[in-house]
Design a protein around this ligand. Structure first.
Ligand SMILES: Nc1ncnc2c1ncn2[C@@H]1O[C@H](COP(=O)(O)OP(=O)(O)OP(=O)(O)O)[C@@H](O)[C@H]1O
Ligand SMILES: [Mg+2]
Length: 310
């Protein structure tokens, strides 16, 4: 099994640079998150890695196929080994769900027999069973999304790119899709997941790349959380009143006050006693204090903030 290697990938659209010098690796069998704000270049990256867009510069290797594609055969090999859920799944409204899948299979020379067995199981899992002979034009947004996911998986690809797979789904369908992704991961499938849903990323991904046209970081979720330890302190009275006292600490710490709760960001665990001593000296009555992992959201927001890395 081979993963993905991206080296100095660049994509320009006229004067606009969508992706600038992007390098990262996705190991075989991992669920890799691609995060970044709107317009960060996630979809553009996915389109380059699936052979839909030619990079302006740089190279990549996906399941052993080199990009930019050199021959038509490479294109066929790539399509066979890669599953893709695009941001806006193009389905044929006049065709039924079954016909849409058949069309895709024929286009990609997928063997009908075994693929249909898998398609049938997937349609069942995504609660589309019984609707497969209806025209897709009559499907709801979530049903279309689920059908597009089935289409991305139907040829048992080694690597699956999912561009915002749960966007627009109701909570229950979102859960079905997340569970399916987790199961595919257990089967050892390599997956790249673009998502703005950070709890979803926390649940599914082992490592993430945060991009904003260029790479901000590649890290495991554990590393991202560890980087930002926090101390949650429960005080008596208004926590905001202790901002001045915290500012006197020799190390710079950020903090967040909410009612009587104070969250103090730390660089190192060893700073926790100093924070508590400082609060007590300032007259705080501390009811409890416990270490909290920084939520992914905070680490992410810090990474994509303008001044970081620029
Ligand atoms: N075909 C295109 N022609 C011109 N500009 C494009 C094209 N495709 C993407 N871009 C530009 O490239 C940049 C990155 O877009 P991209 O769709 O990759 O972002 P994204 O990270 O997927 O954002 P979102 O979270 O909104 O989906 C944007 O500035 C976008 O306008
Ligand atoms: Mg996108």
């Amino acid at each position: 099994m081979q993963g993905i290697r991206v080296e100095g990938l660049v994509k320009r659209f006229g004067a606009r640079t969508a992706v600038e010098g992007l390098s990262f690796e996705v190991r075989p069998g991992e669920v890799f998150g691609l995060l970044g704000p709107n317009g960060a270049g996630k979809t553009t990256t996915v389109r380059m890695l699936t052979g839909l867009l030619t990079p302006t510069a740089g190279s990549a290797s996906v399941c052993g196929v080199s990009l930019p594609l050199r021959t038509d055969d490479d294109g066929v090999r790539l399509r066979r080994q890669v599953g893709l859920l695009t941001e806006q799944p193009g389905l044929y409204d006049r065709l039924t769900a079954r016909e849409n899948l058949e069309f895709f299979m024929r286009l990609n020379e997928v063997d009908g027999g075994s693929a249909w067995k898998l398609a049938s199981a997937l349609l069942e899992r995504f609660e589309l069973k019984g609707r497969e002979d209806e025209p897709v034009g009559g499907f709801s947004k979530g049903m279309r999304q689920k059908l597009a996911i089935v289409r991305a998986l139907v040829h048992s690809p080694e690597v699956v790119f999912l561009d915002e797979p749960t966007s627009g789904l109701d909570p229950q369908s979102g859960r079905v899709v997340r569970d399916a992704i987790a199961e595919l991961a257990k089967e050892g499938r390599t997956m790249v997941l673009c998502s703005h849903n950070l709890p979803e990323v926390e649940r599914l991904c082992t490592r993430v790349a945060v991009i904003k046209n260029t790479l901000r970081t590649v890290a495991s979720l554990e590393e991202l959380r560890r980087e930002g330890l926090a101390l949650d302190v429960q005080l008596e009275g208004d926590a905001a009143g202790y901002a001045g006292a915290l500012a006197t600490l020799p190390f710079t710490v950020g903090h967040l006050a909410e009612g009587s709760r104070l969250r103090v960001m730390l660089d190192r665990e060893a700073q926790a006693p100093d924070v508590i001593t400082c609060l007590v000296r300032a007259g705080a009555r501390v009811h409890s204090a416990h270490r909290a992992a920084r939520p992914l959201e905070e680490a992410y927001l810090e990474l994509v903030r303008e001044e970081v890395g620029s």
